[in-house]
Design a protein. Sequence first.
Length: 338
Amino acid sequence: MAAASIRDVAQHAGVSVGTVSNVLNRPGEVSAESISRVHRAIEALGYVRNDAARKLRAGTSTTVGFVVLDGQNPFFGDVVRGAEDEASRHGIAVLYGNTDEDVARERLYLDLFEEQQVRGVLISPYSDINPRLERLRERGIPAVLVDRFSGDGRFSSVSVDSVMGGRMAVEHLIATGRRRIAFVGGPFEIRQVTDRLAGARVAAEQSLEHVDVEVVATSAPTVAEGAAAGARILSRPRRDWPDAVFAANDLLALGVLQGLIVDGRMLVPNEIALIGFDDIAFAAAAAVPLSSMRQPSGVIGRTALRILLEETSDPELIPRQTVFQPELVVRASTASRR
């Protein structure tokens, strides 16, 4: 059986097609009796409005797309929730896609959102996608970068100063007496990883003490990769262990925490201090509560969505770069040696 159309609803209710349209879109212009008749007809026929056709006629979609870098990271879940909270205030839905740091999947989601004619796109990019975003903008679909600073200023962005965060993390480790610091992170195609390492190196170079920062590279920013990195560290002679680890995100740090166990004895923090980045909810609940650089995840999502809607209303707005400062959260994992 064919789906009921708006004409079927009008015929069943005994009103014009225009009246049905007004009931659905401008009920304030229709009498209470007509509204009741139309809704009874809709229920009887099982009519479902065609939002795709409606948005094409109106020229404005009721959805925005959000492409995130790593759906496994609770940080991005909190960012998306912030965007959804703001979107709901404007009667807009957020369509979500996770790239898992895969260029092909990133391209796939952008193509899909373009086909769906979303109102705009929020994206935490993995690759250099400025040319692709330019094409979207030419089609009337603006984009805002999330958790990534727009270096050339071609697009608005909402991010946290990851260089400063890396610097603050290592300055904290130095203040607790640590001098041999391992940076656990990767892949280095992710801009946030390189920025956090750069900040760590600035802190080491500017310290009055002699501080070494070595890199323990990972293929992904995951718990499993962090645990493997911790095991690699412990496989060295004890004299070659670092006395602190700065992990590029909290998932890596939680994995490192799992890996830094010898004969059932946890080495954090007495032997090796440990600090992460993001301050996800699991950080405080870890076996050894994890020090971390906090990002205002919900605020990032809400701010990005707000800027995106402003740009959909006025395409002539000059792109703006919103940068939040990270906050050092100190817990047991970076306590001074007993």
